[in-house]
Design a protein around this ligand. Structure first.
Ligand code: DC
Length: 225
C-alpha cells in the first residue's frame, strides 16, 4: 500500500489557514483536518462546565471526550460525545480562553494522539500551530502561512460583523495579539516556522489567490500534472 500524503499548514490566527487548507483539501480530494477546532471544543466544554480555570478538570475533559470532525460544504462540523458544537466553538468567549487551554501538555497529548492516527489513515491537509513541527514532522509538504496583524484582525473583524457581533476592531486586534503571544511564546509546541517549511505571506491576497499559489507549490513538490 502506498504511503498517505500529508500536507501540513501552520500559522497565526487570521492568516487564512482554514480557508486555504479547506480549499486545497477539496481540490485534491484529501481529508481536511482543523486541529484548532479540537482545542476549541475542549475549551468550550470546559467553559460550559465552569471548570476552564481548573487544569485537572480540563485535562479530564480532554481525556474522556469522544471527538468527531466532519467537513460539510467547506464547514467543519464538530461533535463531542455526539453533541454538535459547530457554532458554539467559534465565539469571542472561546477565543479568549483557547490559548490557555491549549498550553496544557496533557491536553495537547490527547489531541496529537488523535491527529497522528488520522494522518496514518488517509491523505490529509492539516492546519494548526504545530502540525508542521510536532504532529507531522515528516509531512510531505509544510507551509507556514502568515499576514500582517492589521490584515488578520480585519479578516476576523469581518467574520464577527457577518455574525452581527458587537465586538470592535480594536478588541479583535488586541485578542489576536494576545493569542499570537501565547501561541508563539509557550514552552510546549509553540507556533514556529519549521526549518523546511515554505513561508507564504498572503497580506493582500484573496482566498482564490492563496489557493492558486499553494496549489502550484504543491504540484511542484508532489509532481502532480
Ligand atoms: O486555528 P484556530 O484559531 O481555530 O486555533 C484556536 C487556538 O487553538 C489557537 O489560538 C491555539 C490553539 N491551537 C494549538 O495550540 N495547536 C494547534 N495545532 C491548533 C490550534
Amino acid at each position: 500500500m502506498s504511503k498517505n500524503i500529508i500536507i501540513a499548514i501552520d500559522g497565526p490566527a487570521g492568516s487564512g489557514k482554514s480557508t486555504a487548507a479547506k480549499n486545497l483539501a477539496q481540490k485534491l480530494g484529501f481529508t481536511y483536518l482543523d486541529t484548532g477546532a479540537m482545542y476549541r471544543t475542549i475549551t468550550y466544554l470546559s467553559l460550559r462546565a465552569g471548570v476552564v480555570d481548573n487544569r485537572d478538570e480540563v485535562i479530564k475533559i480532554a481525556q474522556n471526550v469522544k471527538l468527531r470532525l466532519k467537513t460539510d460544504n467547506g464547514l467543519t462540523r464538530v461533535f463531542a460525545n455526539d453533541e454538535e458544537l459547530t457554532e458554539q466553538i467559534r465565539t469571542p468567549e472561546v477565543n479568549s480562553k483557547v490559548s490557555e487551554v491549549s498550553i496544557i501538555p496533557e491536553v495537547r497529548f490527547e489531541m496529537v494522539k488523535i491527529q497522528k492516527a488520522l494522518g496514518g489513515s488517509c491523505n490529509i491537509v492539516a492546519e494548526g500551530r504545530d502540525v508542521t513541527t510536532v504532529v507531522y514532522p515528516n509531512a510531505d509538504i509544510k507551509i507556514f502561512l502568515t499576514a500582517s496583524i492589521d490584515e488578520r484582525a480585519n479578516r476576523r473583524f469581518k467574520e464577527y460583523k457577518a455574525k452581527n457581533s458587537e465586538i470592535s476592531f480594536e478588541e479583535v486586534k488586541a485578542n489576536l495579539e494576545k493569542r499570537d503571544k501565547i501561541d508563539s511564546g509557550r514552552k510546549v509546541s509553540p507556533l514556529r516556522k519549521a526549518d523546511d517549511a515554505i513561508v507564504f505571506d498572503n497580506t493582500g491576497f484573496t482566498p482564490n489567490e492563496d489557493l492558486d499559489y499553494l496549489f502550484e507549490k504543491i504540484k511542484e513538490v508532489l509532481s502532480i500534472k
